[in-house]
Ligand binder design. Structure first.
Ligand code: G6Q
Length: 545
């Protein structure tokens, strides 16, 4: 495949970037009253992407769409949806989209149909979820389950934890808790107020070999048996979600109480599978099915909408434009929805683990920037913290602003205040404030001409700072499904454009390997051949006094 930077369209994009030295977004808006209509796209009345406040004009988009075509994006998209071994370093299909496909879809892996198996697991989940939620599933002393603790990490934690918080209005009478860190403080704090007789543990691990998860699962078992005493009670309080039945059984969980999934679902794409069990227990199986339907809505849009009207494609192309041609190394995701507080953390894994790659699919070093670092906090909190850097810092940080037109809790007109801030921030970033405007303001505030001169440079905002606005009606399970799938496909498209494998994560391995070597050294073993920093730290940690 021709290197990205050697494509003629890449040079054309460089020229386009050079032309932008003389362009300011506020002028583009002033000249073109149709800019919003031109640069926004809706998926029915529930979801709107306004990308008009980005550093684009019609010819920019034309070139970016040409780039997508030259990178054969449509063929890659079809390959993923149809079950080709798109994750080439692990020789696996990439089929999280199949998890939200309807029963009559015909999707195959190595020639074998998979939809029936997916729906068999969904049916088992429904049976289990309904029993737990209606109190028919009883704990060892006959009481119904009140609390579910999911023990998992990374892809087996972040999605379900994010979704349970996001969908709190749909929660029933079961509380959901998440323990991921090997730092025992998280387990201790979580178990503090729980009753073993009414607590159900889900041990969620695709491989069932992950050190943190297995240690935490053991700790949970010890805590449980401390009260329940009889190991036969474990069957009523521990279930597993995994692809590794052997390891689940070796841990002592009956495989009748295991919910399976498949190696063609990457960890960070797995919340749609049985890894979503804590979500289903929390919001019920019907609402979980709605979330899957939302994911499928976005799949259909991504698969069929023309590239020029395709939300994930547009977000991916504009993201690449800002990363590669405007040197923006960071991207901010700013939900004006408190319950999406964990969405940026979830996207950090989705994006940075997927596209944080330095070699092409063929194993050659990439010669351009790939995945940006991602940060984010809910608005308006972030406004009082790190937005300063976005407004007046020296680098460009493109932003995605997300908000719901409606709130689940509108008290005292506060939702309108939230939305006014959402709008004001995107406008301020785009428009900025000129020296003349700052001076008028300072004069109106009664400042002397000396003060005005001294303060003006500090009061100027350059503007021309790009953002997307993603506006949904209300944060329902279906909307959440759409939003997650929107970002999944954005990441996919960028991976195709950058020619990296978005579906492996070898970078996670090295630290794990070294930790295995260091652990015995912390228990008194002779330190190995480390650098002086690592040796110095080991000596300090193992110091006796
Ligand atoms: C995700 C990653 C990683 C993984 C965790 C947990 O794509 O592979 O975050 O999900 O390491 O792995 P297990 O589910 O196998 O415990």
């Amino acid at each position: 495949m021709t290197s990205l930077t050697q494509l003629p369209v890449w040079d054309a994009l460089k020229d386009e970037r050079a032309a932008w030295k003389k362009i300011h977004l506020r002028n583009l808006f002033a000249k073109d009253s149709d800019r919003f209509a031109r640069f926004s796209v809706a998926l029915d009345d529930e979801l709107l992407l306004d990308y008009s406040k980005n550093l684009i004009r019609p010819q920019t988009l034309k070139l970016l769409l040409k780039l997508a075509q030259e990178r054969e994006l449509e063929a890659a998209r079809e390959a993923m949806f149809s079950g080709a071994a798109f994750n080439l370093t692990e020789g696996r299909a990439v089929l999280h989209t199949a998890l939200r496909a309807p029963l009559d879809a015909d999707i195959r892996v190595d020639g074998q149909p998979i939809i029936a198996d997916i729906h068999t697991v969904l049916a088992r989940m429904r049976h289990f979820v309904d029993r737990v939620r209606t109190g028919k599933w009883k704990g060892y002393n006959g009481k119904p389950i009140t609390d579910v603790v999911n023990i998992g990490i990374g892809g087996s934690d972040l999605g379900p934890a994010m979704a349970c918080l996001a969908l709190k209005p749909y929660g029933g009478n079961i509380r959901a808790h998440f323990v991921s860190n090997v730092d025992p403080s998280q387990m201790v704090d979580t178990l503090e107020d729980l009753n073993p007789a009414t607590t159900l543990f889900i041990i969620a691990s695709k491989t069932f070999t992950t050190q943190e998860t297995l240690l935490n699962a053991q700790a949970a078992r010890v805590w449980f048996l401390d009260t329940a005493k009889d190991p036969s009670h474990i069957a009523k309080h521990f279930v597993a979600v995994s692809t590794n039945a052997q390891a689940v059984s070796a841990f002592g969980i009956d495989t009748d109480h295991m919910f399976g999934f498949w190696d063609w679902i990457g960890g960070r794409y797995s919340l749609w599978s049985a890894i979503g069990l804590p979500i289903a227990l929390y919001i019920g199986m019907d609402a979980f099915a709605e979330m899957l339907a939302g994911g499928h809505d976005m799949d259909s849009h991504f698969r069929t909408a023309p590239l020029s009207e395709n939300m994930p494609v547009l977000m991916a192309l504009i993201g690449l434009w800002h990363s590669n041609f405007w040197d923006a190394p960071v991207h901010a995701v700013l939900p004006y929805e408190q319950r999406l507080a964990r969405f940026p953390a979830y996207l950090q894994q989705l994006d940075m683990e997927s596209n944080g790659k330095g070699v092409t699919r063929a194993g050659k070093p990439v010669t351009y920037t790939t995945g940006p670092a991602l940060l984010g906090e809910p608005g308006t909190n972030g406004q009082h913290a790190f937005y300063q850097l976005i407004h007046q810092g020296t680098g460009l940080i493109p932003c995605d602003f997300l908000a719901g037109r409606e709130s689940h809790n509108d008290i005292n007109g506060q939702h309108a205040v939230l939305l006014s801030n959402f709008l004001a921030q995107t406008e301020a970033l785009m428009r900025g404030k000129t020296a003349a405007e700052a001076q008028v303001e300072l004069a109106a505030a009664g400042r002397s001409s000396r003060e005005i001169k001294a303060l003006t440079p500090h009061k100027v905002f350059p503007g021309n700072r790009p953002s997307n606005a993603i506006l949904y009606r209300r944060l329902t399970p279906r909307t959440l499904g759409r939003l997650i799938a929107l970002y999944e496909h954005k990441v996919f498209v960028q991976g195709v454009l950058w020619d990296v494998n978005s579906f492996d994560q070898w970078g996670v391995e090295l630290g794990k390997q070294l930790a295995q070597i260091i652990l015995p050294e912390l228990h008194g073993g002779t330190p190995g051949a480390h650098d002086s920093s690592t040796l110095g730290l080991i000596a300090k940690i193992t110091q006796k006094d």
